[in-house]
Design a protein around this ligand. Sequence first.
Ligand SMILES: C[C@H](O)[C@H](O)[C@H]1CNC2=NC(N)=NC(=O)C2=N1
Length: 95
Amino acid sequence: MKTYSEDEARKMLKEQLQDWAVNDKALHKEFKFSTFIEAFSFMTAIALEAEKMDHHPDWSNSYNKVKISLTTHDKGGITEKDFKLAEFADKCVAS
Ligand SMILES: C[C@H](O)[C@H](O)[C@H]1CNC2=NC(N)=NC(=O)C2=N1
């Protein structure tokens, strides 16, 4: 599986995804909700998808905020799997 350079990743983000940043060889975004329950429901949806993909986010939650970092640890950088999970996360808040 190809590992994308940070510049390649930034270019791909522009074409596909909203408000993600690239640094430290990972995709990053902070999602903000109205309540803790909304934030935690979002995390639950992502957790189930992550388990299916066998690809897991590095993340933190504080009340209504969820910070997500996506990188492919066993490749040491950003791969297609990170873009797929980022797309899924954006889709969860769009619906
Ligand atoms: C053994 C197992 O398949 C690996 O450890 C998987 C699990 N989830 C993972 N998640 C992420 N984000 N990166 C990985 O390299 C990774 N590897």
